[in-house]
Design a protein around this ligand. Structure first.
Ligand code: SF4
Length: 376
C-alpha cells in the first residue's frame, strides 16, 4: 500500500530580496532557473510511490519561476499520486503572476493559492522592499478569482516601521472586504542577516512601540473573529473548513518530505535538510541523486519537545491522549511541574482533553515553549 505523505517544494528565486526577509531565497539568479527545475524534477520523481496528502510549493517566489521551468516541474508533479482530497498550494507574489501560469496551476491540480501582500499602503510596501503596489495586488487577486481559485490565503505583516495602529486597521478592513478564505498575520521580527537588521543598528528605522504592537495583535483577533475568521494558530485565521492542512502537518508533528534547496524533511523519525545554495543543490542532485547535508534520528525526547513546541502554536493546543498514545506515557510524568506552574498563573489551560496556551500565554509563548525544552 502506498504511504501518505505531505510534500514541500522550495523555489528559491525572487525578483529582489525584501528588506526584512531571512528565508533561503535569492535575487539575480534567473540564469539558474532551468537547471534548478531539472534537478528539482529528479528529486520529485523519487516520490512516485507515495500518496500526496498535501503539496505546498513555497519560496522564494514560486510564481517568479519562468513558464519553461514550471513546465519541467509540472511533468514530475503530474506523475505523483494525488486525489481530489489532496490540498495543493502555491505561493504567489503580485507582479509575477499571469494567465499562463494560473492556467498551468489549474492543469496541475493546484487548488489553493497563498498571496503575499503584507500591507495595503504603498509607502509601506516600498519600505519593505516589496516589488508590487497595492493596486497590483488587487489585480492579481481579481485574476486569481476569475480563474476560479476559491481557497486563497493573504499574507500580512504588522509592526512594520512607521506603521500606525490606524494603518494596520485599514489593512485588515481592506483585506477582509475581499473575503479571502484564509489570512495570515505575522508580527515583524527583525532577523540577523537582513537589511532591516543593519538599518535598525544604525537607528534608521523606527518600529512601533511594544504597546502599539500588542494593540495591533489584540485588534487583529477581535476584528477577524467578528469578520468570520477563526484563529486556529498563533498567526493564522481561516473561515470555517479553510485551515491550511499542510501547515497543520508541521504543527501536529506529522511526516513530510521537502524537495529543493534548503528544504527540510521529517520522515521515519529522521530530520534532514538539503543544501542551501542553489548551485550546490543542482550539482549534488546531478551527481548523487540527493542534496542532503545533514541527517539525524530524532531522539524520543526531541520528538516530545517538538510535539509540544509545535502543538502549542495551535489555538486548540495539544491533545493529551495523543501525547500518551505516541510516547506511551502521560505528559504529566515528564512535564507535570512546568504544566502546573503555567496552569496556576493562567498561561496554560487544560480543557476537554487539550492543553493550550491562554491568550495571555500566547503573548509570551516563546518563553513558555522554551521552558518545556529547558526543563528536562
Ligand atoms: S518575496 Fe518573500 S521570499 Fe522573496 S524576498 Fe520577499 S519575503 Fe523573502
Amino acid at each position: 500500500m502506498k504511504r501518505d505523505i505531505s510534500l514541500y517544494i522550495h523555489i528559491p528565486f525572487c525578483k529582489q530580496k525584501c528588506l526584512y526577509c531571512d528565508f533561503p531565497s535569492y535575487g539575480c539568479k534567473e540564469n539558474l532557473m532551468l537547471s534548478y527545475a531539472k534537478a528539482l524534477s529528479k528529486e520529485i520523481d523519487s516520490l512516485r510511490d507515495m500518496n500526496m496528502k498535501t503539496i505546498f510549493i513555497g519560496g522564494g517566489t514560486p510564481t517568479y519561476l519562468s513558464l519553461e521551468a514550471w513546465n519541467i516541474i509540472k511533468k514530475s508533479i503530474d506523475c505523483l499520486k494525488k486525489d481530489k482530497e489532496t490540498e495543493f498550494t502555491v505561493e504567489c507574489n503580485p507582479g509575477t503572476i499571469d494567465k499562463d501560469k494560473l492556467s498551468l496551476f489549474k492543469s496541475m491540480g493546484v487548488n489553493r493559492l497563498s498571496i503575499g501582500l503584507q500591507a495595503v499602503q504603498d509607502e509601506h510596501l516600498k519600505q519593505l522592499g516589496r516589488i508590487h503596489s497595492y493596486k497590483e495586488f488587487l489585480d492579481t487577486f481579481t485574476l486569481v478569482r476569475d480563474f476560479g481559485f476559491n481557497n486563497v490565503n493573504i499574507d500580512l505583516i504588522f509592526g512594520i516601521p512607521n506603521q500606525s495602529l490606524e494603518q494596520w486597521k485599514e489593512t485588515l478592513k481592506e483585506v477582509t472586504c475581499l473575503s479571502p478564505e484564509h489570512i495570515s498575520c505575522y508580527s515583524l521580527i527583525i532577523e540577523e542577516g537582513t537589511a532591516f537588521y543593519e538599518l535598525e543598528k544604525l537607528d534608521k528605522i523606527i518600529l512601533p512601540s511594544e504597546d502599539i504592537e500588542r494593540e495591533m495583535y489584540w485588534y487583529t483577533l477581535e476584528y477577524l473573529n467578528k469578520k468570520g475568521y477563526g484563529q486556529y494558530e498563533i498567526s493564522n485565521f481561516a473561515k470555517s473548513n479553510f485551515q491550511c492542512r499542510h501547515n497543520m502537518v508541521y504543527w501536529n508533528l506529522q511526516e513530510y518530505i521537502g524537495c529543493g534547496s534548503a528544504a527540510h524533511s521529517y520522515y521515519e523519525g529522521y530530520r534532514y535538510s538539503n543544501h542551501n545554495k542553489i548551485e550546490d543543490y543542482i550539482r549534488l542532485i546531478n551527481k548523487n541523486g540527493d542534496a542532503i547535508i545533514d541527517r539525524s534520528k530524532n531522539t524520543v525526547q526531541a520528538d516530545m519537545e517538538e510535539f509540544i513546541f509545535m502543538g502549542l502554536r495551535k489555538i486548540q493546543g495539544i491533545l493529551l491522549e495523543e501525547f500518551s498514545g505516541r510516547f506511551h506515557m502521560s505528559i504529566y510524568k515528564i512535564y507535570g511541574d512546568i504544566i502546573e506552574k503555567y496552569k496556576n498563573n493562567g498561561l496554560l489551560i487544560e480543557k476537554e482533553g487539550y492543553l493550550a496556551l491562554s491568550q495571555k500565554g500566547i503573548e509570551i509563548s516563546n518563553v513558555i515553549m522554551s521552558d518545556f525544552i529547558q526543563d528536562r
